[in-house]
Structure formats: C-alpha cells, structure tokens
Design a protein around this ligand. Sequence first.
Ligand code: LLH
Ligand code: MG
Length: 384
Amino acid sequence: MKIETIEAIRFTYPTDTCHDSDGHGHPGPWTDTTGAMLVISCDDGTTGRVIAAPADVAEPLLTQFVRPVLTGADPMRHEQLWRALYKWQRGSAGRLTDRLLAAVDLALWDLVGRKTGQPVWKLLGGYREKIRAYGSTMCGDDIEGGLATPEDYGRFAAWLVFERGYKAVKLHTWMPPVPGAPDPKMDYAACAAVREAVGPDVPLMLDPNHWYSRADSLWLGRRLEELKFLWMEECMEEASLSSYRWLSSNLPDLNILGPESMTGKHWTRGEWAAGGACDMIRTGVWDVGGIGPSMKIAHMAESFGMSCEIHGTGAGNLALCGAIANTTYYERGLLHPFVDYEKPRAYQKRIDDEMDEEGCVHLRDEPGLGQALDLDYIEAHRVG
Ligand code: LLH
Ligand code: MG
C-alpha cells in the first residue's frame, strides 16, 4: 500500500459562532464560513480524512512540504513520516506549523484505522470505552443573559450540571477585547458564583486571561484554593517556565495545569514536568503536532506520576482520551447558553462527541477516528 494523493477540499458551511478581535469564539448571527477536509488516499483505495482550518492545510503548503514527504510512502510508517515532515519545520521559515503536522498525523491515523478495520483509540492502546466530560464554557462576553456576569456563569453551570448531566465544569472567563477585562476580581466572582450554584462536590476548573502577572495569578489561585477548584490553567505567559514553577510552589492546594499553547511539543512538556512548573501536564492534538507527540507526552507524564489532561474537542482528542490511562476528563465545548452544541454541523452526520445523561462520552467501535462526515454535503459545497 502506497500513498498516492494528498488533497485539501475547501467547502462552505453555516455557523453561529463568530470570533472577536483576539480570536475568542462567541455566539453570533448565522453566517457562512469556510472549512477544509484533508484527504490522504492510497493506491488500494484506502482513504484517511480530517477536518482542518483552511489556512493550516493551504495548497502551497501541501505542494512544498507534505506531498514530497508522503507521496509514494507506506502510510503504516507513521513515526517515520511524522519525523520526516517535522524535520522540514526548521527550514520552512515558520510556514510548516504544528497544526499542519497535526492535520497530516490525524488523517494518517484515520487511514490506518480504516485499513485495519480498527478504531484509532484501540490501535493506540484502547484503555477505556468511555470518559467523563467536563463542560467547558466559551469566554465571557457582554451579551445580556449570556456569559456577561458572575450570575450568568452560576445559572449556566447549574444547568450544565443539574439539567445536562455534566460531572465537572470549566470556566473561560472575560478576556480582552470584552470591556473591563481582564480582571481577577471578576474572575473570582464568577468562580464563586459557580461554586455556590453547583455545590461543594462538583469538580471545577478555571482558564482565565493568559497574561496575568505573578501577583494577580497568585491572588486568584489562593481564592481558587478556598473554593476547592481542581485546577487553573494558562493564567500567565507560558514561555516563562520560572513563573509557573514559582506559582506552583506557592499554591499547595491547587493544581496548575500546563503548558497548553506553548510551542515545543513533547520537548517543552518534558521541561515543565522535570522543572516542577506544573502539577498536571497539558497536551492537545492540535497544539503539539498530532496524536504521535501527544502519546509521548501522556507516557512521559505517567512516568512522572502526573495526569495528562487533554486540550480541546473533536475526534482526535477523544481518541487520545480513549487510548491513555492517566487522564481524567474529555474537554467538551466550548459551551454557551445561546449555542446548541449538540447539533451536528452541516458537514457532519453526527457530532464527534455525543454525551450520555451521566456526562460520559463513549468511544466508538468504528474504523478510523470515528468522524461521521457527510461527504455528499462537502462535495456539493466545494469552493476553489
Ligand atoms: O481563549 C479561548 O478562546 C479559549 O481559551 C480556547 O483557547 C480554549 O480552547 C481553551 O483554552 N481550552 O482549554
Ligand atoms: Mg485552555
């Protein structure tokens, strides 16, 4: 079996999520947006697919980097192919991103799953058949009845726990350009309102503004210790490992989770674990160049006696959660009172991460990543 073609199909679909000037998602009016599906096909007809952001799999990137490495290669040589592409990053002047590496890695895993007739989570280790999800909110906003006040967060968290069945909740609070943000006292007020609304026993987490000072982070962390939060993530610039080591050592009763957006893949995560910069390690398939580096990170974390908490939603991250033992939750979101998360996008026959009433997402016994893509819709709405 040899890889024959690598193609990115661009298509339009309607969305009711818009992004502010800092890139945070919020509810918005329905508009058309463009997505992409990376397709890797072999000479025996086997195909692997993944949905990606169009810019991450742009045609010039496929021509210059991906096709020369993949064309004619055996798709089962996963580690060899990942490394060959990764080596291109150094000379690509920043153009070959970790997100492109991730898209190729995920499409290859989907292909291998389809070829072998196995779900990817089983090929990777098959540790569990279901995992508890935490409800992960969108960032705060100034929408009346949305996520504009601490009371809004409290009301929404109560709905997530008592009506929808989530067993844990994570807040993303207010970040610029929302007027008045960031403000650690507002973050604390939202966290206190959520704790009050869900009671003492529901695990809670916070992902606040990412550029707080040490002083603001410590002040907020101490309040979260009082509220018995499970973890806080990415409250400071993650390039400063010393700041996180300092914060972790000053917050004995709160787990610091990281790094999430810091570059450097498994190498950076190793430095954080060895450097005592966090209590729990973070990875996500789109943050570190795919499932391959994420598996290395999870196993490294296990050898340090640490959990590895997975960032972000979607089939790739869910497969990772199913594969490894040392993770606690699947991050389900981002959620908002005015957005229907359960509704499949126009290009999906079902969402990747359907959740039962007990708050668990089940790993599917289907070949590949477990995406149910509507290929007819994608073909009919193809652009470019
Ligand atoms: O800034 C945002 O919009 C969110 O924090 C987002 O990046 C989210 O994916 C996250 O950090 N989850 O943990
Ligand atoms: Mg985060």
